[in-house]
Design a binder for this molecule. Structure first.
Ligand SMILES: *Cc1c(COP(=O)(O)O)cnc(C)c1O
Length: 463
């Protein structure tokens, strides 16, 4: 088995963990604390389950990193990649050339997408898609003779990837502190009712959070703002689900102030929220949409930027050359895998399934966890959701030193062979859209054990 993975073949006592500690720099990791324990080595995947080198069978409640929508081990995707690799493993799309998979995917994605998102640009990651969208928005205004419209408005706890532009657009202060502050970015509060809603109803708070955008635009001046970028649901920020009143108001504000609206659907795209796109779930009509993650179910890197007619007409007819692109823009193997992945999403009706299964999952979670003092809220849309861990469920008070209790809970999840991620003290989940009822019941049982253990650990801090 190993000889297919590495060469030369390590001896049976080869220490993978030691080699990882010595030579591998992990993304978003504190290496010192990572290597105080032993890194977990994942060796296989089937359906919603992962296996590791210690023989554990782990239920992946995160679908990898929000991406493995169709589950692990889908032969259709392997076959699509194999066929395309045999036919043409690579050619670029720069020099007046294209390949059939990229054309077919552009055609198909724009047909699926809502509104007039009739044009597709490809890259390999969500971050690159966001970079592209921001460059397009600014180029649009430059071409239209309004180069002063440069500022990008984002939100606190927004996540738009880890290139410097994406990190600057996002609202993660820890990323900003490490060299990702750029001029011409501004941020407003997220529509995070649980954290910031106070005495307001969610509906009132949705309008209040949208009003913060309007106030910021007044303060800066619409003549200096290129675009507002937002995830329909803020995923990495803690699955922040806006009240229903929020997005229609944001849409109105962007329109009235002539500011482009970019929907970052890297997580919410491809069925996660119960419709094919989060923009459909929340009634958003974006000028530009970014997609990645579930576009290939994570089997191979790919991202897309869908562009509406308003922006595309200017870029196509007036800008001249748009000086932007990547070696792997429209990689034929990635596009072939995406097409096979869309076949599965559509033929298995996974978006509608996510809506039905998500409702069932929240019901089961409420039954199992609803009465626990540490559980402040269980929320979700489709098959993405969150469980707020709280020191006082009546007042929605957070624990001291945010993030500590979440980490404890995440470790208990791991000990129970369940992957859930902690964002501060919010446990988040987004299992594969193919998850069955039995697997969901298993997920709830494991989550309940982990949260009960967490509650026992911090009992003295809970009201
Ligand atoms: C993950 C994510 C990104 C970045 O995608 P990468 O493929 O990691 O570069 C951008 N936006 C959102 C909303 C994401 O969740």
């Amino acid at each position: 088995m190993l000889d297919h993975i590495v060469s030369p073949i390590p001896t049976p006592d080869y220490d993978w963990q030691a080699a990882d500690a010595a030579h591998h720099l992990h993304p978003f990791s504190d290496h010192k604390s990572l290597h105080q324990g032993r890194v977990r080595i994942i060796t296989g995947g089937e359906g919603v389950y992962l296996t590791d080198d210690a023989g554990h069978r782990i239920l992946d409640g995160m679908a990898g990193l929000w991406c493995v929508a169709v589950g692990y081990g889908r032969q259709e995707l392997v076959d699509a990649a194999t066929r395309q690799m045999q036919t043409l493993p690579f050619y670029n799309t720069f020099f007046k050339t294209a390949t059939r998979p990229v054309i077919a995917l552009a055609d198909r994605l724009t047909a699926m997408a809502p509104g007039d998102l009739n044009h597709a640009f490809f890259a390999s990651s969500g971050s690159e898609a966001v970079d592209t969208a921001l460059r397009m928005a600014r180029t649009y205004w430059i071409t239209r003779g309004k180069p002063g419209k440069r500022i990008i408005l984002g939100r606190e706890y927004g996540y738009h990837g880890s290139t410097t532009l994406g990190a600057a657009a996002g609202g993660m202060v820890d990323m900003h502190r490490q060299g990702a502050v750029l001029p011409d970015f501004a941020h407003v509060m997220p529509p995070y009712w649980y954290g910031y809603g106070g005495q307001m109803s969610p509906e009132e708070f949705g309008l209040y959070a949208a009003k913060q955008i309007e106030d910021k635009i007044r303060e800066i001046g619409a003549k200096s703002i290129a675009a507002f970028i937002g995830e329909p649901i803020q995923g990495a920020g803690g699955v922040i689900i806006p009240p229903e009143t929020y997005w229609p108001e944001v849409q109105r504000i962007c329109r009235e102030n002539d500011i482009l609206l970019i929907a970052d659907e890297v997580i919410t795209g491809f069925g996660r929220t119960g419709r094919m796109f989060g923009s459909e779930t929340f009634g958003i009509a974006p000028d530009i949409m970014t997609l990645a993650k579930a576009i290939t179910s994570g089997y191979i890197p790919l991202s897309a930027v869908l562009v509406g007619d308003r922006v595309a007409d200017v870029l196509i007819n007036e800008t001249g050359e748009f000086y932007h692109g990547f070696t792997y823009s429209g990689h034929p193997v990635a596009c072939a895998v995406a097409l096979a992945n869309l076949d599965i999403l559509e033929s298995e009706g996974l978006a509608a399934r996510a809506e039905a299964k998500g409702a069932r999952l929240r019901g089961k979670l409420a039954e199992a966890l609803g009465d626990m003092p540490i559980v402040g809220e269980i929320r979700g849309v489709g098959l993405i959701g969150a469980i707020e861990l709280t020191a006082d469920r009546r007042t929605r008070r957070f624990f001291e030193r945010r993030g500590r209790v979440g980490t404890i809970c995440r470790d208990h999840c791991f000990a129970n062979d369940l992957v859930m991620r902690a964002v501060r003290d919010t446990m988040v989940f987004s299992p594969p859209l193919t998850i069955t009822d039995d697997e969901m019941d298993e997920m709830v049982a494991r989550a309940a054990r982990a949260i009960a253990a967490t509650q026992a650990d911090v009992r003295s801090e809970i009201m």
